[in-house]
Design a protein around this ligand. Structure first.
Ligand SMILES: [Zn+2]
Ligand SMILES: [Zn+2]
Length: 409
């Protein structure tokens, strides 16, 4: 009998073996008795949710007994987590952030992501278009990952942590950073000041972090209002705006400056007088830069510059006060990798491609339909197309979970 692509029964068996030995290492989320838990299995698409565990032991027993493909807990705290949604009794929720490389626009996605129209023959690489040539917007997609998109996600996560700590005063012991097990990172903030926030307050927090609607004039870049000029060292977006401008102007290519259609004077200042612009930002009050770059041009430059400092977070996740989010240290059914908590300060050196493959074992022979190349534990695999190969179990599980291959018996 031919196996299905992905060989789900084999993958489940490996998950089961891993949980049998390692469920004791899965930590409890804070205040476990007031959280909702939810799970997906390898069979069917039903989500088992509204589950409550009074103790960590109960949770671990469940993981051992069921070896779920995906494990989640609520960001929210409830009086009765097992009740239906409206009767749960919401007490508050961690502020959670999801950073997913899937939402970025990266050149590497053209190499490892593909899409097909369900309605016509159209297909392509990278993200699917908004609407297909046939007028429909129903696509099959296949999304993979690589070291470049994981790096990009990590960079966004680091910026988010900096903003949370510097601007919101979140303590390093009040936040948890997790590798999501796939293409990104989750940051959970569980400080007393954040837990009661409603949706509107969370939306405003998102706008602040993404610098939505930030205007140069109101960050002190104005010829008027001289008393309120920002310095680069200042806290919040006032200082960050100046630093963003400095970094951007230092690096920007002349072609990009020309393409922005700034005023002639502003274009000339940035391309030919770059040192003077940078010195003005650094050594004098940054607002003096408005004598070299007029306010309208400055706003255009600023919009590009702040993107480099703001963090690309998924707005829907953060504003949802009932969100389910992956449970730390469990396995991710679409990669076979572990969701991992990264201690504060360790993120810069953290590399999921070296750390997250926790299932190991004897090599297995796979039959590939298609898979892009990826480096796992310092070994490069692929690209593969209609071929067989023998891989260490950990790497093999990744290609199986992504459904790019099946077990060759
Ligand atoms: Zn189509
Ligand atoms: Zn990539």
């Amino acid at each position: 009998m031919e196996e299905d692509w992905g060989s789900p029964r084999f993958v489940e068996e490996q998950f089961r073996r891993w949980y049998a030995r390692n469920s004791g290492t899965v930590p409890a989320p804070i205040d476990i008795a007031h959280r909702e838990f939810a799970f997906l299995t390898f069979h069917g698409r039903t989500m088992y949710r509204h589950i409550r565990f009074s103790t960590l032991d109960e949770l671990r027993r469940y993981l051992r007994a069921n070896a779920p493909a995906h494990s989640y807990h609520s960001s929210g705290y409830y009086d009765d987590p097992s009740a239906e949604m409206a009767r749960k009794g919401w007490r508050g929720a961690d502020l959670v952030f999801d950073i997913d490389a899937d939402h970025f626009d990266l050149p590497c996605q053209k190499e490892h992501d593909r899409w097909w129209c369900r309605n016509c023959d159209n297909q392509g690489t990278g993200h699917p278009p908004e609407i297909c040539e046939c007028g429909k917007a129903q696509f099959e997609t296949e999304t993979w990952l690589c070291d470049r998109c994981l790096q990009a996600a990590k960079h966004e996560a680091q910026k988010l942590l900096d903003i949370l700590i510097q601007d919101f005063g979140v303590g390093t012991d009040e936040l948890t950073t997790n590798f999501s097990g796939n293409r990104g990172y989750h940051v959970h903030v569980h400080s007393d000041g954040m837990i009661p926030l409603g949706q509107q307050a969370r939306r405003e927090t998102v706008d602040y972090i993404m610098a939505t609607g930030l205007e140069a004039e109101y960050q002190g870049f104005s010829q008027r209002n001289r008393g309120a000029r920002p310095t680069l060292a200042e806290g919040g977006w006032r200082g960050r705006t100046g630093r963003a401008l400095y970094d951007y102007i230092q690096e920007v290519e002349p072609e990009e400056v020309k393409s922005m259609k700034l005023s002639r004077r502003a274009t000339k200042s940035i391309i030919e007088d770059r040192e003077r612009v940078l010195n003005t930002l650094m050594e004098r009050h940054p607002s003096n830069v408005t004598s070299l770059i007029d306010p309208k041009s400055l706003q255009a430059v600023l919009e590009k510059a702040v993107k480099l400092q703001a963090s690309e977070i998924d707005t829907v996740v953060t504003t949802d006060i009932h969100r389910l989010i992956r449970l730390s240290s469990t396995l991710h059914g679409k990669t076979g990798w572990q969701v991992q908590t990264i201690p504060y300060g360790a993120l810069p050196d953290y590399d999921p491609l070296m750390r997250a493959t926790v299932i190991t074992g004897d090599p297995v022979r796979l039959e590939f339909r298609w898979a892009p190349k990826i480096k796992i534990n310092d070994v490069e695999y692929g690209p593969y197309e209609d071929e067989e190969a023998e891989l260490p179990l950990g790497a093999a599980l990744f290609f199986l979970c992504k459904k790019g291959a099946r077990l060759k018996r």
